[in-house]
Design a protein around this ligand. Structure first.
Ligand code: BES
Ligand code: ZN
Ligand code: ZN
Length: 493
């Protein structure tokens, strides 16, 4: 789908193809935008008639479609309500962009022109995020339904600015879509080695990519991570990405860390069969990190950023680790593995320690589809955050609000920490029946010293069962926009 921006034109009656026009709501009724009003006159009042006869009120997202209106060239007009003009912002523009695209993508129309006075770039951004569909494995006629829409032209005030703004947003969308693709790919396609290959693609954007193999990790004492992958035929890997965009190349980096369990069977503590296929998404935290690195490098962010992902497959086999095994870790602390299905924290433990030791970052943020309990607590709208630093939490909360990837802070503390003490080792990898997301966070915190740190549990937000305004059902790419925004608003030169 090609996106174009052109300056507001006086006469829109000669535009062919589909035409999207807008109205606001005011005093329980609708008010057509000036451009819409003009078009309405040229179409002999077809828009007002259609609006009135369908009880259109101009509410946010409300739509009326008028086919083959006379007096103008367009094959159809889509009248779209934007709601209260005062409340209309970038986020709403994204949603409207998404709503228009789903409505027209398969309509048979090849071109769409949008008479968008303001927020055109955000509208286009929402449209490309919503238009994304993972269809590479469809081979039969029945399944291959190609979208008809080839070109979207946004007619707007300040087209040159909108175009510039969109250039950045497009890079962020590339990151989101990369993350969605990685999460959607099945476990037989994305396993540690193939995943690392995909990450190496980021070198084209100027990202430095380094891979630690099992031998290198073994030499560093990463028994916690290696134990998780030891039952798999795939070799475990750690991938380190570096983007040095700051003017001061010596400036301390910020660090993003992701759980990359390419498939989580639970290991010997095997998960139940029904729904296990969903566990291909257990690398969603790492995908958010990789996607964010892609977005940051793509838009040439002026910040030094490190991305570290632990890639492992959690399988049951004769070489798999057993419940009750005691493993060490790069930090030297020992862990009793009570449940092999609580594997994400074992992977992250070594990733966090390594990052902290090696890069001395300004802060560390880890993302992980870590606990089912997170979904019990917060459902699928908010991700839970756990942290040792108030300021970072406030920044992340603001960034989440700004991009509609919201986070909610959860408590941590000594009494929760005590729940993971072990009789035989320094700690155990599960805490018991209650507060499962918190005890998982407490476990991670034992691998963080005084570095400001936030853990984001994205178990509920990485995948959607239903489409949203800006995403097809399935992988959301949650986290990419959040991290990008945090860095954009607080950590760039
Ligand atoms: N990857 C899962 C977490 C998960 C489960 C995310 C369901 C989304 C949906 C994680 O590795 C896991 O299995 N966690 C266990 C921990 C338990 C054994 C303490 C869980 O949440 O059940
Ligand atoms: Zn698990
Ligand atoms: Zn897992």
């Amino acid at each position: 789908m090609k996106i174009k921006f052109i300056e507001t034109t006086e006469d829109n009656s000669k535009i062919e193809g589909a035409l999207a026009v807008f109205a606001n709501s005011e005093d329980k009724s609708y008010v057509l935008s000036p451009a819409t009003e003009k078009l309405d006159k040229q179409a002999s009042g077809a828009i007002t008639r259609a609006a009135n006869s369908s009880n259109f009120k101009g509410k946010f997202g409300e739509m009326v479609e008028i086919l083959a209106p006379s007096g103008i060239k367009a094959s159809r007009i889509l009248l779209v309500g934007l709601g209260d003009q005062e409340k209309f912002d970038e986020q709403q523009a994204e949603k409207i962009g998404g709503k228009i695209i789903v409505k027209l993508m398969y309509s048979g129309e090849k071109t769409l022109t949008v008479l968008a006075k303001t927020n055109a770039a955000s509208g286009a951004f929402g449209a490309i995020l919503r238009a994304y569909k993972f269809d590479k494995y469809y081979t039969t006629e029945k399944n291959i339904k190609k979208p008809s829409l080839e070109q979207v032209t946004l007619v707007t005030d300040g087209a040159a600015n909108a175009k510039k703004e969109f250039k950045t947003l497009e890079k962020i969308a590339d990151g989101v879509i990369f993350a969605r693709n990685l999460v959607t790919e099945p476990g037989n396609v994305i396993y540690p080695e193939s995943y690392a290959e995909q990450i190496k693609d980021l070198t084209k954007l100027g990202v430095d990519v380094k891979v630690l193999d099992e031998k290198a990790m073994d030499a560093l004492g990463m028994e916690a991570l290696l134990g998780v992958g030891q039952g798999s035929a795939s070799q475990s890997l750690m991938v380190i990405m570096k983007w040095n965009g700051s003017k001061n190349k010596k400036e301390k980096p910020v660090a993003l860390i992701g759980k990359g369990v390419t498939f989580d069977t639970g290991g010997i503590s095997l998960k139940p069969g029904p729904g296990m296929e969903d566990m291909k998404f257990d690398m969603g935290g790492s995908a958010a990190v990789v996607g964010a690195m892609k977005a940051l490098a793509g838009r040439k962010a002026k910040a030094n950023v490190i991305g570290v992902v632990g890639l492992v497959e959690n399988m049951p086999s004769s070489t798999a680790q057993r419940p009750g095994d005691v493993v060490s870790s790069m930090s030297g602390q020992t862990i009793e593995v009570i449940n092999t299905d609580a594997e994400g924290r074992l992977v992250l433990a070594d990733c966090l320690w390594y990052t902290q030791e090696k890069f001395k970052p300004k802060f560390m943020i880890d993302l992980a589809t870590l606990t089912g309990a997170m979904m019990v607590a917060l459902g699928q709208d908010y991700a839970g955050i756990f942290s040792n630093n108030d300021e970072l939490c406030e920044q992340l909360t603001a960034a989440g609000k700004a991009v509609d990837e919201p986070v909610w802070r959860m408590p941590i503390g000594d009494s929760y920490d005590a729940l993971i003490n072990s009789d035989i080792a320094d700690m155990k990898n599960v805490g018991g029946k209650y507060a499962g997301s918190i005890t998982a966070a407490q476990f991670l915190q034992r691998f963080v010293n005084n570095t400001p740190w936030v853990h984001i549990d994205i178990a509920g937000t990485a995948w959607r069962q239903k489409p949203s305004d800006i995403a097809e059902k399935g992988a959301t790419g949650y986290g990419v926009r959040l991290l990008d925004r945090l860095i954009r608003d607080y950590y760039e030169d």
